[in-house]
Design a protein around this ligand. Sequence first.
Ligand SMILES: *[C@@H]1O[C@H](CO)[C@@H](O)[C@H](O)[C@H]1NC(C)=O
Ligand SMILES: *[C@@H]1O[C@H](CO)[C@@H](O)[C@H](O)[C@H]1NC(C)=O
Ligand SMILES: *[C@@H]1O[C@H](CO)[C@@H](O)[C@H](O)[C@H]1NC(C)=O
Length: 427
Amino acid sequence: MFRNRRIEKLLKILIIFVFAFFVILICMLRQQSDTENDNTIERIPRQNESEVETALSTASKSLKKLIKCKNKIQKAENISSGKFFIFKNYKIASKHFDCYDSITYVTHSDFTFLNNVVPLLQKWNGPLSLAIYAPGSDFTAALEGIFYLQNCHKRSYLVKKFTTFHLFFDESLLNVSQINHMPMKCSESKKYLEISQRQTFRTKNKLSYPINTARNLARSASITHFVLVSDIELYPNPQFINEFLEMIFNNENLINHKNVFVLPVFEIVQNQELPNTKYELQQLYLDNKIHWFHKQICLSCHLIPFHELWLIHTKQQMQIHSSVKRQAPFSNWEPIFVGTNADPWYDERLSWEGKSDKMTQAYIMCVLDYNFNVLSNGFLIHKPGIKTVAESARPELEDLNHKIIKEIILPEIRFLYGENENCEMYT
Ligand SMILES: *[C@@H]1O[C@H](CO)[C@@H](O)[C@H](O)[C@H]1NC(C)=O
Ligand SMILES: *[C@@H]1O[C@H](CO)[C@@H](O)[C@H](O)[C@H]1NC(C)=O
Ligand SMILES: *[C@@H]1O[C@H](CO)[C@@H](O)[C@H](O)[C@H]1NC(C)=O
């Protein structure tokens, strides 16, 4: 009796030890795979991470068969384009995605907009490809800003995990000592994120913002099949990636390169928390705290088809709410959409200051007969604060963009893509 008890006790202890040993072993293996993830660029075999990210897993595994895309390896490249020096994949996100696994948020900025990166990632939780225009001493500032986001911010892990940074500037402004600048201290680098646009090298030297070069750079560097080319101050609703991929999974026939998927854009009053769901958005709209984007500047540039019906639509599942061609009455429409790298590129001759910078792409998509499918449950909200007309008026450069579009780009497009009498180039 006594012996048996002792053996029983010993056995129990032994079992606990063996169990503890395995727990520690598993933890160690986990940690090792995490650090590998952070340091290597190349494809790492997926360590059951799909089991953790449950919502996505089922859809994405089967999406592999539906979306016949090729995985891409990210590697740093220094490119001289003739006009610009480009540091493509200057800092690469630590988390690798398969091309069918997610959507890349593709965007651009100068260093003064870097404050948007963390709030954006908190909503997006997926890959971000960001091209930063950094001429002259703005390059130093951009390096400091990136350093701060990657190493000092309390949510640095989000930045490191998801963000791939690209930098570019005019070749005529090359200054080697600025390129080799090495940020060292969080307290120093924080200051750069507080500099206003008026104090940048770009503003002081009256350089126009090469928005379309930035868009093309960031889009071409994305490693997923689907891309959302957007502006860095537009925050998506959380869960968008999963809900979108699930919709695609359930409707294979949506996978067609002539389909793009539009997210309606709203603006929200100052000091208001952003809605996370369509239901919350509807409530805020009723309270007059949310408006259609650019209500005061160019409503028709953003207003979606059947917008009133969209607002009262309340199905839980992501659907196509409406589908239109970019013809009248939508010839003036500048929608933001999920597309792919097969879509037409942005014309790099157009500056941001001159506006209409996406119009030529939209026009080509009209000629090519694209379908613009408006999503029922996806949306973008501009960072709080309503834009007014005065902030966005840049008349001389608007005239220049219009002239370039009319006299140079439009004849080219007609030559390259043919004509479609239903398409209008609104400028
Ligand atoms: C991953 O999960 C599968 C099934 O759940 C299991 O068979 C496999 O051993 C796991 N792999 C690792 C590395 O833990
Ligand atoms: C690109 O240039 C920078 C600055 O000279 C250098 O530090 C970096 O190693 C270069 N990267 C590649 C891929 O050549
Ligand atoms: C190059 O950059 C350094 C550091 O910002 C600056 O001190 C120097 O004046 C610059 N040189 C030129 C030619 O602009």
